[in-house]
Design a protein around this ligand. Structure first.
Ligand code: NAD
Length: 301
């Protein structure tokens, strides 16, 4: 029996559902995790719903398949203690998140959202003066699956790309025609756009705070499509309001959805989307299939 707690499973194609049924699995679907149901099922496919230590300890789960790659919502320690493997859909959504990042770069550099709102909502014929991205410097923090796709695309756009990731070889960065840097500080100081592609953990939490924002150029933009807690939102609001950086784009927030009265929504130089990085038909299909396959592989040994 598999409990599926992600609304997009089977949304654009029944193939992943049929695949699991054909392999002999019974599927239970829910929007939340009922601890009682966890005592009846063998596997869990989960998106961003929290999976706490208590849930894991009192479950009959044998495997947890994350529908995505960020496992910060799952208590890995509890799962490990119980010998429950946690799988991820590595790479399945990398292209989609990278494409959204590039879309943000263009939207910020040309003031697209502002320009659209002026004409479409206010019927005012006002031009914006933007800037070309070609020749600008992009700082990529985290050279994993998504970071690499962003680098490839940015290089094709004629951007100079700096990469900060202490856990990868410098040669692997140079291979993609980007420049590795030894510290985050240098990347922040030299970049026109800074984009975050690291996982959330104790060492990355609030990695962009007041000090880091103050190191960025006044004309620079910050993009976060990873996890909200990587950025100190209070410090970001201050930096945006005081014009200490030119603007930012956020797909993720420390609280999701963010409070309707959040001061973030008072910043005219901020673009926001509702954690849609992986929401393309293609990425959803790949995540569905990979999560289903990992469960089948596990039970088939
Ligand atoms: P990944 O594991 O392939 O890559 C992460 C990279 O970050 C690794 O290369 C690692 O060495 C590097 N890293 C870790 N700590 C670092 C640090 N302190 N400084 C610099 N680099 C560091 O992960 P990925 O598939 O590229 O995904 C990255 C993150 O994007 C995920 O953890 C997830 O939180 C987020 N994400 C968001 C969405 C969305 O919908 N917006 C979708 C998918 C993933």
């Amino acid at each position: 029996k598999i409990l599926i707690v992600t609304r997009t499973f089977g949304k654009y194609s029944q193939e992943p559902v049929e695949f699991l049924r054909k392999e002999g699995f019974e599927i239970i679907r829910s929007d939340t995790i009922d601890p009682d149901i966890l005592k009846e099922v063998d596997a869990l496919i989960v998106g961003t719903h929290p999976v706490t230590a208590e849930m894991v300890e009192n479950s009959s789960l044998k495997i947890i398949a994350k529908h995505g790659v960020g496992v910060d919502n799952i208590d890995l320690e509890a799962a490990t203690k119980k010998g429950i493997p946690v799988t991820i859909t590595a790479g399945a959504n990398s292209l989609s998140v990278a494409e959204l990042t590039i879309a943000f770069i263009f939207a910020l550099s040309r003031g697209l959202v502002w320009a659209h709102n002026k004409l479409f909502l206010e019927r005012r014929w006002e031009g914006t003066v933007g800037q070309e991205v070609s020749g600008k410097t992009l700082g990529v923090v985290g050279f994993g699956s998504i970071g690499r796709e962003v680098v490839k695309k940015a290089v094709c756009l004629g951007m100079n790309v700096l990469v900060y990731d202490p856990y990868v070889s410098k040669d692997s960065v140079r291979l993609l025609e980007a420049t590795p840097v030894d510290d985050l500080e240098q990347l922040l100081k030299e970049s026109d756009f800074v984009s975050l592609h690291v996982p959330l953990n104790e060492s990355t939490k609030n990695m962009i705070g007041e000090r880091e924002l103050s190191l960025m150029k006044k004309s620079a933009f910050l993009i976060n499509t990873s996890r909200g807690e990587l950025v100190d939102e209070e410090a970001l609001v201050k930096a945006l309001k005081e014009g200490r950086i030119a603007g930012a784009a956020l797909d993720v927030f420390s609280e999701e959805p963010p409070d309707a009265n959040s001061p973030l929504f008072e910043c005219p130089n901020l673009i926001t989307t509702a954690h849609i990085g992986a929401h393309t038909k293609e990425a959803i299909f790949r995540m569905n299939m990979m999560a289903a396959q990992s469960i089948v592989d596990f039970f088939k040994g």
